[in-house]
Design a protein around this ligand. Structure first.
Ligand code: ZN
Ligand code: ZN
Length: 701
């Protein structure tokens, strides 16, 4: 108890001064942090009683002091930081039984069911249930926390009667989003689940399959901004509604579009924002200048920790202003060059830049489906009311006479190393400058990842500083530098990756194939894992709702429970530094077949063929290719006659006529895939007319 009191005292100290805890801005309410008494957290948790699929973790809303925040300690205790909520708040997944004693925070509270409902979805009394039965449904996006696994999502939706045809597929949907027509009761019930982050109305066009663009995320302080969060930050003008001048520059421009044409579209989008708020944009050639929005096309890994992975639905991402984001990356816009960008086409550059500029200027996602800042948006011709309301929360209206606020009293910036850089050494030097500074500037650093702290050297005028040999952990390191001039403080952040022994190496040795088949109710999965920091745990989960912890660590094994049918098994090895790797295998559990009797009359054979799919793997495939090759095997106790296939959308020889694959025991076929959804079914037939069906959905852009 002594340690707990000490921690609470620390929390009070950091709360009381003016530079202490700021408000937490949810879409549904503003939370003014108050020093909590030692029982508040537990009482609130008991009252919220979130429903959960797996008794393993709960999502909490916490606010940390930006400098003394020791996220490394949270990670060591098993917590995971999921997303950020302005100001200095985080959604943290806390494992059951975690010891909270000694952790410092300025606020801690549960995420209430009412926090998860977009205003238009809320109705009188929703939170206290006893709703009148309501047949009418509302097309809704159910957005889950990013650590929620697919099987958990499926279990929750099934528990609330959202399954089958009420779930609507849409190509733009993110992994943790589901689209469904929901009754009021279902909306209210879903808000009670811990795994659900936010529920908001979807545009009717999504049901109709219209094309929507999906934003990656708005990034702040190294974490994506939670959908729960209010749709605004502080902006380039600092707190309050002032005027701002920013510059912009261009990096690599896609060769799908003429550079001049692209720049014209960017300027048109800037003019649209400048039409409604007092923000001016001036072009510069200095791409790394502060208060500069650098705009570039990129593919794959492009120098920040947010690679555009293949198969991603992310079209672009952008960075919130500084602070809290580090310069020079703050405000930058990265457009995924894997898409067929054009001016005025389906993947319209004006529309995507207009949306990303909103983030670069400081606003988050709205929950109004008609607005440009909605997470799923369509080709835009200009800003809508919700966008204008949101941006006017942080900037003065265009043409207003509000004076430009004086620059903030002290501003620290990190010059080297640059954001997201990969470093192979065990330590790095940090250096940078300070504006509106003076003699007596004190600079300290904190590596949140390994809790290393220290003081830095500052020159006599307080304009430059250097922190020598800052220890780095393997994997991602989140560094914070704080400058203090008297009582005035300023913070800058950097996220770096130490590459030496970077990733967790994970190998599955048994079963030997990534596509195994068995009749047993259990399979032993075993392998090895390694990392410089040591392996903390190896966990497994299946697409059929089973999960557990493997025994061992560097050498591990697990008895995985199988359901009849396809079981996708995910193995996750986590290093003590908090980074993790996953590997997946698929195990088909077939019903035990009767031993084949030689000479069996084929007419009495009831055993269908056993079919395996060798490629493509997965029951949801995303591709830009116009043609896919399917390959597999088929065996049967009597004999396989043929393998047939259909595509709901592709060119078929006839609607009713199934196409026939070449080969039988080893079969293959090429299928032309149409843009959009293709439901592809493959069926293996035996000579007695029994068949086995395999279905997959291919989404082509
Ligand atoms: Zn966005
Ligand atoms: Zn990027």
């Amino acid at each position: 108890m002594k340690r707990l009191r000490l921690a609470l005292a620390a929390a009070c100290v950091s709360f009381v001064p003016a530079a202490g805890a700021e408000e937490l801005r949810l879409k549904t309410r503003i939370i003014e942090p108050r020093p909590e008494d030692s029982t508040t957290g537990r009482v609130q948790a008991a009252e919220s009683q979130p429903r959960r699929v797996a008794e393993r973790r709960t999502h909490w809303l916490v606010q940390l002091d930006p400098f003394t925040a020791d996220l490394a300690e949270w990670r060591l205790r098993g917590a995971t930081v999921i997303s950020s909520i302005p100001v200095n708040g985080y959604v943290v997944a806390v494992p059951d039984g975690m010891n909270w004693e000694g952790l410092a925070f300025t606020y801690r509270g549960p995420i209430l069911a009412t926090d998860k409902l977009s205003a238009p979805l809320r109705v009188e009394g929703l939170a206290i249930a006893n709703l009148a039965a309501e047949e009418e449904t509302q097309l809704t996006i159910v957005h889950f926390h990013s650590d929620v696994e697919a099987w958990e999502i499926e279990a929750i939706l099934e528990a609330e009667g959202v399954a089958g045809t009420s779930l609507i597929r849409h190509a733009a949907l993110a992994d943790v989003d589901r689209l469904a027509g929901l009754t009021r009761n279902q909306i209210a019930a879903l808000g009670l689940w811990d795994e659900v982050e936010f529920l908001y109305a979807a545009p009717a066009g999504m049901r109709a399959g219209e094309i929507f663009l999906s934003c990656g995320e708005a990034l702040s302080g190294g974490y994506p901004v939670a959908m729960l969060a209010a749709s605004y930050g502080e902006g380039w003008d600092g707190p309050g509604r002032g005027r701002a001048s920013v510059t912009y520059s261009f990096g690599n421009i896609s060769n799908r579009v003429a550079a001049d044409q692209f720049k014209t579209e960017v300027r048109r989008a800037m003019d649209e924002w400048a039409r409604v708020v007092a923000v001016s944009f001036a072009e510069t050639a200095t791409r790394t200048a502060t208060k500069n929005l650098d705009i570039q096309f990129a593919t794959g890994d492009h120098g920040d920790p947010y690679a555009f992975t293949s198969g991603t639905t992310v079209l672009a991402h952008s960075f919130y202003p500084a602070p809290p984001n580090p310069e020079p990356q703050a405000g930058d816009i990265h457009i995924n060059d894997a898409w067929s960008w054009s001016v005025g086409g389906q993947w319209d550059l004006y529309s995507v830049v207009l949306h990303e500029l909103g983030h670069s200027l400081g606003i988050g996602h709205t929950d109004d489906a008609r607005s440009v800042m909605y997470p799923y948006y369509q080709k835009a011709d200009g800003l809508k009311t919700a966008d204008i309301d949101s941006i006017r929360q942080i900037y003065a209206e265009a043409g207003s006479t509000t004076p430009t606020p004086t620059a903030s009293p002290l501003s620290i910036n990190i010059v080297s190393p640059t954001e997201g850089v990969k470093i192979s050494g065990e330590s790095t030097n940090l250096s940078g400058g300070a504006s509106n500074s003076g003699a007596g500037l004190k600079v300290d650093y904190l590596n949140e990842t390994n809790a290393a702290k220290g003081s830095c050297l500052v020159n006599s005028t307080g304009s430059t500083w250097t922190c020598g040999a800052v220890p780095l952990s393997a994997g991602e390191n989140r560094l914070t530098v704080q400058g203090s001039l008297g009582a005035v403080k300023s913070i800058a952040r950097r996220t770096l990756t130490r590459e030496a022994n970077g990733d967790v190496q994970l190998t599955i040795a048994s079963p030997a194939s990534a596509n195994a088949s068995t009749t047993a109710a259990e399979i032993r999965v075993a392998g090895s894992a390694s990392h410089a920091a040591g392996i903390a745990s190896v966990r497994w989960s299946t697409s059929r709702g089973r999960a557990g912890v493997a025994s061992g660590a560097e050498t591990w094994s697990a008895q995985v429970t199988l359901e009849t049918g396809t079981n996708e098994i995910t193995i996750t090895a986590m290093a003590r530094s908090g980074i993790a790797s996953t590997k997946k295998i698929t195990v088909e559990r077939t019903a035990a077949s009767n031993p084949a009797t030689p000479g069996t009359n084929p007419g009495e054979d009831k055993t269908p063929p056993i079919m395996t799919i060798q490629q493509p793997i997965g029951n949801y495939i995303i591709t830009s290719s116009a043609k896919l090759t399917f390959k597999g095997t088929a065996t049967d106790n009597v004999g396989v006659q043929k393998v047939t296939w259909t595509n709901s959308a592709g060119d078929q020889s006839g609607v009713a006529a199934a196409n026939i694959a070449s080969g039988v025991t080893n079969w293959m076929f090429d299928v032309n895939v149409a843009v959009g959804f293709n439901a592809i079914q493959v069926r293996a037939w035996d000579t007695a007319g029994n068949s086995t069906l395999y279905s997959t959905t291919v989404r082509r852009y």
